[in-house]
Every structure is written in structure tokens, then in C-alpha cells.
Design a protein around this ligand. Structure first.
Ligand code: AVJ
Length: 327
């Protein structure tokens, strides 16, 4: 991978992905030996999974990305002002970095942009695209699993402060206690004067939520099932993928969408010498997507040191982008 040489300011930096085959195998085995069975959603995002996620974002039913993008476009200038001068902007789960552009366009003399993503191919592709379009910003891609500690790269110029941009309501994938721990460690990583600009999917009508995770075109189902295909591809697992189906619903007591793979038949998954029986109708949990209220999320973040500065939402209040600071 060669980054374009349009500016001497640009450097390339990327560590190897933390997600070796061994981690995938370990986590998969551990999850399938548990009862109820579970597979971590972070493994959705291989190359195919990342493509499928982008396709989900294009469906009519999945309102999140579209709505968040609208909010970003409408309020990017205000957000840029809030983030302040000479920021080093670190993006968690940068994916294809589409929404980032609105923000980058409105930052004031940014010192560096650090996209962090688990998918190496996706990361380098989008970092290259950004580097072409923003030759004046130092781009420092980091391939990492942001649920694990990683160190920030050093920019050539000294930033006045660090800010994390965490879009996409990805924080919703974490259980509430884990989400809070992650928010706390983001605070530590940012340090003094740290900032956090985070996208949050808000609680709303059940029908709207459930349609978003059961889209008409079946892309979300394909995305979920890709995890099993990936196990076959990368771990040589023996699975009858065609006997599994996508199952997603809103749990309003917990305020979250819950996503499962359900086997239609009794079958045995063979993985790394293990035989893992799956009963007909049994569910394998793959993902939670928590939905918050603005106040509820502000309280959660407040408990680990973040002070809410500003909130931007769409007219239907489907999605919020919230700006926090460390005082
Ligand atoms: C990428 C975490 C925001 O929870 O809505 C989309 C992932 N899963 N459809 C979400 C997802 C199923 C998505 N996030």
C-alpha cells in the first residue's frame, strides 16, 4: 500500500491488525462453548462484512447512517468550532470515513487525522482517499481494535488537544458497563482538554427500529450470516450456513436491538477438532445495538468524567451527535 506523495506532511503508519486468525478462533470457540452461545460482533467486519455494512447503510430501512450524515452536514461548522484549533482528531471505527469529510472540512488548522479501524484493507483504502483530498492534514492510520489499549501516533506538529470522533452509534454495540469503561478509557487517552464527538442512535418507535435491523432487501441478514461464512473461510469450520437465519428484535426493557443467528435444524458445527452441537431453534447471539436518550447517555458519560457541551439532532430526533469535554 502506497500513500500518495502529494504532500511531504503526510506519513504512513499502521500497526498490524490485532485480529489474527488465532484471536478469531479463540473468541469463536469460547463463544460457542458458552451457554447461551455467542459470537462477537467485531468479527462482522472482514472485507465482505465491511462491504455488506456499507450496503446496509444504503437501504431505505436503515435510517441511522443517512440521518447521522444529515446531522453532520447541517452542523459541521458548529462542530468544527466546538472542537477548536489545532486538534488531533482520532476516529474510532473509521470504516469508509464518509461522515468525516464534513467534519474535516470545518476543523480549524487540524494537526492530524488518525483513523482507527479493525479492517486493514478498509482502513488503508479510506486513509488513501482522505490523504488525496486533504493534502494539508497529516493522516496517521492505525489498524487496531479500539476495545483494546493502543497508543496514539505522534504528529509532526504538536496538537493543542486530542479529540475522539466516534460516529455511527458503534458505542451502542457495547453492553452499558463496557460502554462506560470505553468512554472512561477514551478520556484517559485524550488527556487534558480532551474532546469527544460521538454519534448516538436514540430510542424511538419499535417499528422503525425493528425495520432498520430487518431490512426488506435482506442485506442485514446477509451481514449477520457472513460471520458464519467467515468462520468457514478463515477457520475451516464445518457449518450448514443455509440452515441458519437472521433474527433481530427490539428489547424495550433493555433499550436495545438484539441480533441472533438461529439454526432451523439440529446440526453440529465442527471447529478446530471440537464438535459443537446446535439444536433446531437455538439462538447464537451476535450483536446488541443499544439505543439511548440524550439525558441517559449524558449521565453515563458524566460518570466517567465527560461534561456535555452540545447536542445536535435531526428534526425527528432519531439520532444525536453529542460533544463532550474533559474539564
Ligand atoms: C455499526 C454498530 C452502528 O448497531 O446499527 C447494523 C451495526 N448491525 N445492522 C448498528 C449493524 C446490524 C451498526 N453499528
Amino acid at each position: 500500500m502506497i500513500l500518495p506523495n502529494s504532500s511531504p506532511k503526510q506519513t504512513q503508519q499502521h500497526t498490524m491488525p490485532q485480529h489474527t486468525r488465532d484471536h478469531f478462533l479463540d473468541d469463536t470457540l469460547t463463544g460457542l462453548l458458552r451457554s447461551p452461545k455467542h459470537l462477537p460482533c467485531k468479527y462482522f467486519y472482514d472485507q465482505r462484512g465491511s462491504q455488506l455494512f456499507d450496503a446496509i447503510c444504503q437501504t431505505d430501512d436503515y435510517y441511522l447512517t443517512r440521518t447521522e450524515t444529515q446531522v453532520m452536514q447541517q452542523y459541521a461548522a458548529e462542530m468544527g468550532n466546538c472542537l477548536g484549533e489545532r486538534v488531533m482528531l482520532v476516529e474510532f471505527g473509521s470504516g469508509s470515513s464518509i461522515k468525516t469529510r464534513d467534519l474535516l472540512d470545518h476543523l480549524h488548522d487540524p494537526v492530524a487525522y488518525v483513523p482507527v479501524d479493525i479492517s486493514h484493507a478498509h482502513l488503508m483504502e479510506s486513509a488513501t482517499d482522505i490523504a488525496i483530498d486533504y493534502p494539508e492534514i497529516e493522516i496517521l492510520p492505525v489498524c487496531a481494535d479500539f476495545t483494546q489499549p493502543f497508543s496514539l501516533p505522534t504528529a509532526k506538529r504538536k496538537p493543542s488537544h486530542n479529540a475522539v470522533y466516534f460516529p455511527g452509534s458503534t458505542i451502542g454495540n457495547f453492553q452499558v458497563d463496557a460502554a462506560q469503561r470505553l468512554l472512561g478509557s477514551i478520556g484517559k487517552m485524550c488527556g487534558r482538554q480532551g474532546g469527544l464527538l460521538i454519534g448516538i442512535d436514540l430510542q424511538k418507535d419499535r417499528d422503525v427500529l425493528e425495520r432498520a435491523y430487518n431490512d426488506d432487501e435482506g442485506v442485514t441478514a446477509e451481514f449477520n450470516l457472513n460471520l458464519l461464512h467467515r468462520m468457514r473461510r478463515e477457520l475451516d469450520a464445518a457449518i450448514d450456513v443455509s440452515a441458519f437465519e437472521h433474527h433481530a428484535f427490539y428489547n424495550d426493557r433493555q433499550g436495545r436491538i438484539e441480533i441472533y443467528l438461529r439454526s432451523r435444524v439440529d446440526q453440529t458445527i465442527r471447529l478446530d477438532g471440537h464438535q459443537l452441537p446446535v439444536r433446531a431453534g437455538e439462538l447464537i447471539h451476535t450483536e446488541y445495538s443499544h439505543k439511548y436518550t440524550v439525558d441517559g447517555f449524558a449521565e453515563l458519560a458524566g460518570e466517567v468524567g465527560w461534561t456535555l457541551r452540545e447536542v445536535w439532532t435531526d428534526p425527528d430526533s432519531y439520532f444525536a451527535v453529542m460533544h463532550f469535554v474533559i474539564l
